[in-house]
Design a protein around this ligand. Structure first.
Ligand code: GLN
Length: 493
């Protein structure tokens, strides 16, 4: 049944509706694939085999009753990043401090998938509390890149991208705070989208930096990505930053554009993203993609986003500041790990946190506490918020006056070796230089796999849009996908 793990969502849906196979067959095939590969790649932290089979039986029943009226993702397996709470299933954010924590409810995106009777295969590995760009900051070991197991898959959603690339799941969810969907998608050759801030509910999503965090899907094609977006987007009164905006029918919209040119689409090319530090193959691949866009009928426009160079500094003030506040709840009293070595209340807090958090998380808490402290707040935090506004204004000016989408590299490099940047936080932070600006501006962004570098490692193209223009990004992605020959279904491992 191994071929079942390489199908598109449309093919799975057809198979389920015609009775060629059942949701249980699909689920078993994916569980088998996970079983055969997880030891090597470490992409899943928790595998929900029994629950998944039970859900598959329910989905099969629903498909028998409702046929084509059943939801599009009924019976389709999906993997969930361990940042999203799952009712009754251990959720750790890949941190020792949450080891053993069993949430009493589902995050809204998970609840929405369950309403549709999608199959939750398990929880995927990630950087601890989503802080990282390589998945090496997981308390439960690194994830390996299927294109070269000596390399990182990117991060922080490393397990979720590897699940999709390896055929352990056709779809998965990740979170993106500064690039954690787009960067790992690029480094493993899958499609990944961070929707507009406010498009997907953050209710039940473990908070890292609340003004930046956003949930989004991974898939092996644009259409599959659209199916996942259809399921998870929408207003939720449980999240005060969730937006009351109509959600387009993304899958349907794509049907309209299939085979059509990109006539009328203006693609902004920001000069600040084409820097000397980019690997030559990344630079060349991006130029090649721009040519393809032009051939497809799009118009290229040179633009400037002048405050780009400050985005990294701004992010590494605001994100740690919010994290230091959000992570104060892990005190050994309410959830997860509690130090057995504490004699007083104050020791309970300090020892639990000292033993429970990993190095990078502690570094962020210290930076965040520092930039928020009296005497430094104005110099760092307030200043960063002011520069954030300038970055937002750069994008506004570009989208109001010059272009409909922006195209740029996702990351200056392809997948690096495990351990290569682990000793230098700064080198690691630089991996996000092209994804962070759009996060600060709350914009939708995606990575479209386009080609391989000279070492056979995937390269993605980043597409960014004005708020709530996910459909336009998908339209451009679909055109690029069809014009190119990147095979996301190929067994890379
Ligand atoms: N790599 C960035 C960080 O470490 C972004 C992470 C993310 O988007 N969650 O903060």
């Amino acid at each position: 049944m191994s071929e079942l793990t390489r199908l598109s969502v449309d093919e799975m849906r057809t198979g389920l509706l015609t009775g060629a196979f059942t949701a249980l067959d699909l689920t078993d095939a994916h569980l088998k694939r996970i079983d055969a590969t997880n030891e090597q790649f470490n992409s899943f932290l928790t595998i929900c085999a029994d629950k998944a089979r039970e859900q598959a039986r329910v989905a099969d029943e629903r498909i028998r009753k409702e046929g084509s009226q059943s939801p599009a993702l009924c019976g389709i397996p999906i993997a969930i990043k361990d940042m999203l709470l799952t009712d009754g299933v251990e959720t750790t954010a890949a941190s020792k401090i949450l080891k053993g924590f069993i949430p009493p409810y589902d995050a809204t995106p998970v609840a929405k998938l369950k309403e549709r009777d999608s199959i939750i295969l398990g929880k995927t590995n990630q950087d601890e509390f989503a802080m990282g760009s390589s998945n090496e900051n997981s308390a439960f070991g690194p994830v390996r890149n299927p294109w070269d197991p000596s390399r990182v898959p990117g991060g922080s959603s490393g397990g979720s991208v590897v699940a999709v690339a390896l055929g352990q799941a056709p779809l998965s969810l990740g979170t993106d705070t500064g690039g954690s969907i787009r960067q790992p998608a690029s480094l493993t050759g899958v499609f990944g989208m961070k929707p507009t801030y406010g498009r997907v509910s953050r209710y039940g999503v473990i908070a890292f930096a609340s003004s930046l965090d956003q949930v989004g899907p991974f898939a092996r094609s644009t259409v599959d990505l659209a199916y996942a977006l259809d399921a998870i987007c929408g207003y939720d009164s449980n999240d005060s930053t969730s937006m009351k905006r109509e959600v387009p029918a993304f899958r349907e919209e794509l049907r309209k554009w299939e085979g059509k040119s990109l006539e009328g689409i203006r693609v902004g090319v920001p000069k600040e993203y084409f820097i000397d530090g980019n690997e030559p193959d990344v630079q060349a691949a991006t130029q090649e993609s721009l040519k393809t866009l032009e051939k497809l009928g799009a118009k290229l426009v040179d633009i400037s986003l002048p405050h780009t160079e400050h985005a990294l500094e701004v992010y590494y003030i605001i994100a740690p500041a919010e994290a230091s506040s959000n992570l104060s709840r892990y005190d050994g009293v309410r959830y997860g790990y509690r130090s057995p070595n504490a004699k007083t209340l104050s020791e309970l807090y300090s020892k639990t946190r000292a033993e429970g958090f990993g190095r990078e998380v502690k570094r962020r808490i210290m930076i965040g506490t520092y930039v928020l402290s009296a005497g430094y707040y104005d110099a760092y935090y307030r200043k960063a918020q002011e520069v954030r506004t300038l970055i937002i204004d750069d994008f506004k000016a570009a989208f109001n006056n010059h272009c409909d989408v922006i195209a740029a590299p996702v990351s200056p490099t392809t997948a690096f070796k495990i351990g290569e940047k682990a000793q230098s936080p700064l080198a690691m932070y630089l991996a996000d230089v092209f994804t962070i600006p759009a996060s600060l501006a709350g914009l939708p962004g995606m990575s479209v796999p386009t080609t391989l570098d000279r070492n056979g490692l995937p390269i993605g193209l980043q597409l960014l849009g004005a708020p709530f223009t996910e459909s336009t990004l998908l339209r451009v992605s679909q055109a690029l996908e069809h014009a190119g020959n990147f095979d996301t279904r190929r067994n890379c491992s």
